[in-house]
Ligand binder design. Sequence first.
Ligand code: PGA
Length: 245
Amino acid sequence: MKIITAKDYAQLSKAACDIVSDKLKKISQPVLGLATGSTPEGLYECLIERCNMGEISFRNATTFNLDEYVGLDETHPGSYQYYMKEKLFNHIDLPIERANVPSGTDADLEAHCKAYEEKIREIGKIDIQVLGIGVNGHIGFNEPGTSFDSRTHVVELDPSTIEVNSRFFDSIDEVPGKAVTMGIQTIMDADEVVLIISGENKADTVAAFMESDVTEDFPASILKKHPNFTLIVDEAAYSKVQTKA
Ligand code: PGA
């Protein structure tokens, strides 16, 4: 595990942006695994800026998002399809047909999960997977207790996740109880994984991550076993780690 400690959120976003930009420059047909939530917003702003400046291009890229709420379609502002268009896809030169986000509204979600997994397999592999972490240690929507062998599947969201994510909705009652998520094994199959964690509200989570054994009770702990894993963390999020790297 490589750890990059950034001074603040802006520096963290730039560090992540540098790593993703490097992939876009070096790989002829890069495959990016993307995340939603508050944490990657700065990364996406940076990627948009560099794309507009002509420093990087997504023309030959393919993207796969981690997850989507069950029941929300792309027109719902709380959906991750909507988020990705707003925060990234509408502002870069990525051919939209190569932007993959799981569907939360497919009539046969089980079949959709299999097809999503198959699509990743067909393309070969995800070159770099960007991740955030939930306060409970989830990655994607793989909540504590999820099997490390899991592939793309439908999940029941933790009450804690519903509560934390209610800030993106008008009321907590509107947050869907289920989601589709890439599995933990799907994430671990990526060539490289970058986990970005920012802010004081994640300080306990980062401390727990650093101290945790590799256990399904804390899904992100498996990343310690990934051969090409980078944790990018800002000082506020790193503040409760006892033994600093
Ligand atoms: P956040 O979400 O970036 O909005 O904190 C991270 C996550 O829940 O995976």
